[in-house]
Design a protein around this ligand. Structure first.
Ligand code: ADP
Ligand code: ADP
Length: 232
């Protein structure tokens, strides 16, 4: 579904160049929930952004299904990116428009009219449990509700993969659990492949099938969650 082959991402700074991601290869299978855990600065965010080419790898190759993303132009990438949804730690909602308009945003960008997207937005509101909140503004919502809007927006264009960048890190434990159960139900109901990064072991334990442990830009362990974390 998603494959990285020898991906390295270097950033040039005043003190020379930093390899945020060093020579990482991995494959995420269709339908799995794949977690990436590591300390702050380990390279998780850079790695997940190399999967939809929000960051272009300095070297190495990235595939989405049979399409090699690293071989595409920016213009060609835009079409592929619709098949890969993304959610963020701080939700990244538009403050000046309603929940409904936030969710519709990717559909508007794809050229759909209000008539075409209205029913889809209702369906998404129901999927994330926000039927009663469509006409509110983000500032009127709790953190958990904001992330539900983020999830609905990410799903609007019917992607096959959802990338989650510290999606629960700004939420309290109870809200974290409600967002994790929503992600699990989306994984089951829609067959969506989910890749998430987190610094919280609990998140990995509660929903991931496989996990990669990152440290200093490298993957130091990778396997089934039970194998990686129950080993003596
Ligand atoms: P994590 O998500 O695990 O916290 P990041 O991928 O954000 O890690 O960062 C990995 C390393 O790359 C860190 O040393 C960070 O300072 C550096 N880094 C990340 N983004 C940039 C950037 N845009 N420019 C320069 N350095 C960066
Ligand atoms: P918070 O705890 O920040 O208010 P939640 O994410 O727990 O936000 O809940 C947001 C909304 O989703 C609430 O209206 C809640 O009733 C509803 N909700 C909570 N859990 C579920 C669920 N598993 N399925 C559908 N809707 C839910």
């Amino acid at each position: 579904m998603i494959e990285l082959q020898n991906v390295t991402k270097s950033y040039k700074g005043r003190g020379g160049s930093v390899d945020a991601v060093r020579d990482i290869s991995l494959q995420v299978k269709p339908g799995e929930i794949f977690g990436i855990i590591g300390h702050s600065g380990a390279g998780k965010s850079t790695l997940i952004r190399c999967m939809n080419l929000l960051e272009r790898p300095t070297s190495g190759r990235a595939w989405f299904g049979k399409t090699e993303l690293t071989a595409l132009s920016e213009r060609q990438l835009q079409a592929e990116r619709r098949k890969i949804g993304m959610i963020f730690q701080h939700f990244n909602l538009l403050a000046s428009v309603t929940v409904r308009e936030n969710i519709a945003f990717p559909l508007v960008l794809a050229g759909k009219s209000r008539k075409e997207y209205a029913a889809r937005v209702d369906e998404l509101l129901a999927l994330v449990g926000l039927e009663a909140h469509g006409d509110k503004y983000p500032s009127q919502l709790s953190g958990g509700q904001k992330q539900r809007v983020g999830i609905a927006r990410a799903l609007a264009a019917d992607p096959q993969v959802l990338l989650c960048d510290e999606a629960t890190s700004a939420l309290d434990p109870q809200t974290t659990n409600s967002i994790l159960s929503l992600l699990m139900s989306i994984n089951e109901k829609l067959g969506l492949t989910i890749i998430l990064i987190t610094h919280e072991m609990q998140v990995i334990r509660s929903i991931c099938d496989r996990v990669a442990v990152m440290d200093a830009g490298r993957i130091v362990e990778m396997g089934a969650v039970l194998d990686v974390f129950l080993r003596p």
